[in-house]
Design a protein around this ligand. Structure first.
Ligand code: SF4
Length: 402
């Protein structure tokens, strides 16, 4: 597809440039880096115009609908070898709340979710905790597995075999071999790129003490998934110390991989929320305008990719995200809390439906794998294709739509 290019420069000329840039956007092509850099810094008075362009791009992509995935959240283990500055999820062994779920616990939550119409089992877990903690090695030995990834694979297979839920694992960095193995028991998987800014690894920054957050390593995992045509969810974090320019470059890195492999099923734009007792407790949160600009620019850089932003992190006015061009609300659980952001409850599904409809969109339940990627997932294994076939409707959405 041709790119819209401009010679827009950053600085005080923004006010005059955003309007003319937006006029060009009606062409509907993905915007180029220089245009994105100008738009992500556009002044507040240009925001309505930017949002209108993003919403129009969303409507060309998926008219009239917004989707969500009804899920259960399975925090398989909250032990993690990384120490990200914004994280409330992770624990060290012996910390209050440190826990690794047993197979019985996994199955109990999945079955309870099944009764509530859930179709996704989201596995979230710390990155390779056994490399740092002997306690985790002991837990895995007791459970009968060599590593956290071996245990995750078995739990995905258990949920797939015993319930109608489809697993979607988020286990951190993965080798090519582990992508293959997990893809046999889950139709899609995810890894947030978060940012391409290496400076966030410096002492005192958000990714100091987080060896798995090296951007090149995360890009490699996403690329390996692409080489294997595995439907993949990724995204960026807003407000962890990166600049607006970094946000554009992170989106461009994702776009580059998607252009090469076509496997990015979803890009999440997630805003940092401050919480007590995190190293970044005094950090400023991104503004509403920052978030709307980032979402709108994501839509315009990736006009043919599903863009998601979480409503619970954008309450109370989360429906504005629909104006900025998202077409998906992500996973919403009627059962389990958001263990990553436990102080921000998910909206009630009926509320979400009403607010989505008030913005002019029909709310539809999707599977963890998006409709355009169902056929890629179907070819992975007999058990997976059988379960997918039972779960999917003729439009590629959730058959038991609720
Ligand atoms: S954000 Fe993920 S990788 Fe970072 S500390 Fe938390 S669980 Fe670990």
């Amino acid at each position: 597809m041709p790119l819209i290019t401009t010679n827009a420069a950053l600085g005080s000329e923004h006010d005059h440039q955003c309007g003319s840039l937006l006029a060009e956007l009606t062409l509907g092509s993905p915007i180029a880096r220089d245009a994105a850099l100008s738009l992500i810094r556009c002044p507040d008075e240009d925001l309505p115009e930017l949002l209108a362009a993003a919403r129009a791009a969303k409507e060309r992509f998926k008219p009239g609908v917004a989707t969500y995935s009804r899920k259960v959240f399975l925090p398989l283990t909250n032990l993690c070898r990384d120490y990200c500055g914004y994280c409330t999820f992770r624990r060290d062994p012996g910390d209050p709340g440190a826990h690794t779920m047993t197979p019985d616990e996994v199955l109990a939550v999945a079955r309870a979710g099944e009764k509530l119409g859930c179709t996704e089992a989201l596995f979230s877990l710390g990155d390779k905790p056994e490399l740092l903690f002997s306690e985790m090695r002991e837990t895995l030995r007791h459970l009968g597995y060599k590593s956290t990834l071996h245990y995750l694979e078995a739990m995905c297979e258990l949920v797939l075999r015993e319930t109608s839920l489809l697993p979607h694992p988020n286990p951190g960095l993965l080798s090519a071999e582990w992508i293959e193995r997990l893809a046999a028991v889950s139709p899609s998987m995810g890894l947030m790129l978060e940012t391409t800014n290496h400076a966030l690894l410096r002492p005192g920054a958000a990714h100091d003490k987080a060896p798995d957050k090296v951007p090149a390593k995360r890009l490699r995992t996403i690329e390996e998934a692409g080489k294997r045509r595995v439907p993949f969810t990724t995204g960026l974090l807003i407000g962890i110390g990166e600049t607006p320019e970094d946000r554009v470059d992170t989106l461009l890195a994702i776009r580059d991989l998607h252009d090469r492999y076509g496997h990015i099923q979803e890009v999440i734009v997630q805003n940092f929320r401050v919480k007590p007792a995190i190293p970044m407790a005094e950090w400023p949160e991104p503004s509403r305008g920052d978030m709307l600009r980032a979402v709108a620019v994501a839509r315009l850089l990736l006009p043919g990719v599903n863009i998601q932003a979480p409503p619970n992190l954008n309450a109370p006015y989360y429906e504005e995200l629909l104006d900025a061009g998202i077409n998906d609300w992500g996973g919403i659980s009627p059962l389990t809390p958001d263990y990553i952001n436990p102080e921000k409850p998910w909206p009630h599904l009926e509320q979400l439906r009403l607010r989505t409809e008030a913005k002019g969109f029909q709310l539809r339940q999707r599977l963890p794998v998006y409709p355009e990627f169902v056929s890629a997932a179907m070819s992975r294994s007999g058990l997976l294709s059988e379960k997918l076939l039972a779960a999917v409707d003729p439009q590629g959405l959730a058959r038991r739509s609720a």
